[in-house]
Design a binder for this molecule. Structure first.
Ligand code: SF4
Length: 471
């Protein structure tokens, strides 16, 4: 039997991303647009700071009373005719979804975009069960055609330029037309997907919010594909993380305002739907079965392990758009379902720290992610927490451990520290050409991708002391 191909290392993935000029164009276009639209939306919203505090408090309250709201949600969802399934982890959730599809005799399912679905590996589970999966979100449709994983939690096909998308549609769509504009590409996708919506036996969606006092599931999209995914088929399955709970519709609307402005800069998404149970007598359409699979998947462990703040995340993607690292390397280099700052906090919890030890280090700790987060998650602090666990669990490389041991020794001997840093500044200057250091022994990792400015002739401490001596 052939061994599974080894996944490239984090460094190799980063180098591949940095060496791809088209990827940079694609990232800059989408994240640049998202940042400016978000900035305009926030500037026009004097109540943002207060709404942010309220959003944080709503999520904190629900997380502190998760047991109460889960039971309330279950009771009300059952009363509306939904069937509730509790999954401890991803594999269990996938088994449940596949079993429901099999029982319904499903050969084809449509799926509206859901990061939880990606997290639990649902696309692969459906394929392994021989069930045809049709992704209906435009960006998910693009990456399904390309065979790529998502690279952003809001714009999964962010890594593709519009020219690459046109090529894909030309190769895969039955009647692509001229594809001369974005509108023409959208029309081609709509034409391609329309018959699939109507032919599907089961529709699978995620949930943006689970409303405890009504048992409703809220989905938001800009394309209306969630409604077309969940209404025509006989069966609708929702997969949702248990942290999606909110006490009431009013609370969902408060968070929705924060979510949409932070994600796209719009005031509201085009489609906001509260799905409440299956089709009732007299309803013209809707599914006859409505299943909700509630997934723990490490969330209760996050509560126990000091990561409760991260359960506030409403998946807006603003921290990715503002992250200086994400904006250079894109999402695939992270090698995880969730990229960027929020992904670097979540992934070690989901996959184990040993599997994702590079992620907490892939951060400059500049704090922009926390500043833009609509529910004020202290992402840099959480990342520092993972770094500290890396150290205490002995997962840091020998080079890092030795480097820090040397630094610690010097820091405990200030006179020696000053002398050594003075030498270091002088030695670095030897390698400068025209004010920049382009290559330097022992610093290849730094200088391979960037030039360092020539350091000043004196260290910071030397300059400070000099200044203090001046009259
Ligand atoms: S961590 Fe905050 S900014 Fe990042 S996706 Fe979650 S809610 Fe949005």
């Amino acid at each position: 039997m052939n061994a599974a191909p080894q996944r490239p290392s984090f460094d190799a993935r980063v180098h591949a991303a940095l060496g791809n000029p088209l990827l940079k164009v694609a990232i800059d276009r989408t994240t640049g647009n998202a940042r400016s639209k978000r900035a305009a939306a926030m500037a026009a919203w004097p109540g943002f700071a207060a709404a942010r505090e309220l959003g944080r408090d709503i999520k904190d309250h629900v997380i502190a009373h998760l047991d109460h709201y889960l039971v309330q949600f279950e009771r009300n969802a059952l009363a509306s005719g939904a069937q509730i399934h509790w999954a401890r982890n991803g594999p269990e959730a996938c088994e449940m979804v596949v079993a429901i599809c099999r029982k319904a005799g499903a050969r084809s399912v449509t799926r509206a975009k859901s990061m939880l679905g990606e997290e639990i590996g649902l696309p692969h589970a459906l394929e392994a069960a021989g069930i045809e999966r049709v992704e209906t979100d435009l960006a998910e449709h693009i990456i399904q055609l390309a065979g790529d994983p998502p690279s952003h939690i809001v714009w999964p096909a962010l890594h593709k330029t519009r020219e690459q998308v046109a090529e894909l549609f030309r190769a895969h769509h039955h009647d692509p037309g001229a594809l001369a504009s974005v509108e023409a590409m959208v029309a081609s996708a709509r034409h391609e997907l329309r018959s699939r919506f109507l032919a599907a036996d089961v529709g699978i969606s995620g949930a943006n919010f689970l409303v405890a006092d009504t048992g409703a599931v809220c989905t938001v999209t800009n394309e209306g594909n969630a409604e077309l995914t969940t209404t025509p088929p006989r069966v609708h399955i929702v997969t949702a993380g248990i942290e999606k709970l909110v006490p009431s519709t009013a609370h969902a609307m408060t968070l929705l305002r924060l979510l949409v402005r932070s994600a796209t800069g719009a005031e509201l998404t085009q489609y906001t739907t509260f799905h409440c149970g299956p089709k009732r007598p007299g309803d013209l359409d809707g599914p006859t079965e409505f299943h909700i699979v509630l997934v723990d998947g490490g969330r209760t462990r996050m509560l126990a392990e000091g990561l409760a703040d991260m359960l506030r995340c409403i998946r807006c993607g603003a921290c990715l758009n503002h992250c200086v690292v994400y904006r250079q390397i894109g999402g695939h280099a992270y090698g995880s379902t969730y990229p960027g700052p929020m992904g670097s906090v979540l992934t070690p919890m989901l996959t184990g720290l040993a599997q994702s030890k590079d992620l907490p280090r892939a951060c400059t700790l500049n704090g922009q992610c926390q500043e833009v987060c609509p529910v004020a998650i202290p992402l840099p602090t959480l990342l520092r927490g993972w770094r500290s666990r890396l150290w205490s669990s002995g997962l840091e490389s020998l080079t890092v451990r030795q480097g820090l041991a040397v630094w610690r020794f010097l820091a405990l001997h200030p006179a020696l520290y000053r002398r050594v840093s003075g030498w270091a500044v002088r030695i670095m200057s030897w390698f400068a050409r025209g004010g920049w250091i382009r290559r330097m022994p022992l610093a290849g990792g730094w200088t391979r991708e960037r030039d360092l400015p020539r350091p000043p002739d004196r260290t910071f401490i030397a300059q400070y002391r000099r200044r203090m001596r001046r009259p």
